[in-house]
Design a binder for this molecule. Sequence first.
Ligand SMILES: Nc1ncnc2c1ncn2[C@@H]1O[C@H](COP(=O)(O)OP(=O)(O)O)[C@@H](O)[C@H]1O
Ligand SMILES: [Mg+2]
Length: 394
Amino acid sequence: MILMWIHKYKLKTLEEFIGNESAVKSLINWADNWKNEKMKAVLIMGPTGSGKTTITKLIAKKLNYNIVETNASDVRSKKALETFFGQSLNQQSLFYKGKIVLFDEIDGISGQNDRGAPGVIKKIIETSSHPIILTGTDSGSSAVKAIKKICKIIKFEKVDTDIIQNLLKNICDLEKVYIEDKIIRAISRHADGDIRAAINDLETLAIKGTDINLDSVKGIGFRDSKRSIENILKILFITNDANIAIESMDNLGVDPGEMLEWVRENMPREYTDKKDIAKAYEFISRADIFKGRITRMQYYRFMVYEIQLMTAGVAASKSEKPRNLKSYHFPTKIAVMARTMFERAKNKTNAKALSPHIHTSTHVAREYFPLIKLMKEKNPEQYRRLSEEIGVNI
Ligand SMILES: Nc1ncnc2c1ncn2[C@@H]1O[C@H](COP(=O)(O)OP(=O)(O)O)[C@@H](O)[C@H]1O
Ligand SMILES: [Mg+2]
């Protein structure tokens, strides 16, 4: 099997972990002495790729805990959270190992008040009989705000360039590839504390092979789409220059429609002044109108306007300095669409199957779904026949 280097060189033991020494020490102390600790949960805050998830898993392994894991992008809603934790925490593990709960990347969990998902996490922390480790990157996110008072906060810093450089050199030795020191240095610096990015970039260049030079290092990085999206957002939120804002999207590897969702999601987090936010929303909504026209009429020439509105328009809307956030949120809309994709596809198929039989549009056919659901419940035999005859599957 061909493994990417990032998987092949995954750390196996705690002893191999590098960087953030004192943070790691206090994390181990806390986990080892959890029963007597005042804080029953730890929140590790730090940039992407600094090893937060990795260290949690290594500590669990070392201290012989089973890990109960959730990533915020899988489990965001309150109900899903409750079900997830209710089930996995109450199950006794077979060989009675202790459990440690990892709540990874909580920034993605949104909701304002105590009844939302952050409130549920808070409740889980307060009532848990297991140690909990949470990770986050954005100290302004609503989940972090909701829980930071009841957690021990441990800060991870970006991993030093020197440390990354040594790591990359080791990998080159093990892989028997030769890459000049100054190139390795450039890759390490370029990664900006993100070990995952550094290893991926190194592999990309190694695959390219022969003529690697400093320019090739500058060219990488756009490969990782979240990183490139974040770079673009950073530029257009910070700059006051319309051209720079527009150019930020020149090498875009993602669809402008997707980019628009990123801008929509993160603009109100970056901008501070209400009037600025209102103005920027105005541009976003105009960009959205063009986006709709592009999709409906396949009129791709409008993409220029869409891009100009969402970049230069949004950039020019600010009168106050933006917050200059460390990282950005994944767009809620895209997350919801992804989560409901199966459901939507199923509904569409059902509506198509049903509409010719009841002589309506597919749109109106959807209004019959509740009725059919009810039939399935109350009169399964009748539903079975209907389902066989016209192929609906509610
Ligand atoms: N200290 C380290 N030494 C070597 N590799 C590391 C180290 N920390 C992280 N990695 C590698 O870098 C990648 C990113 O680490 P991860 O724990 O996912 O970071 P985070 O959760 O902070 O985003 C992982 O593939 C991991 O194997
Ligand atoms: Mg992580």
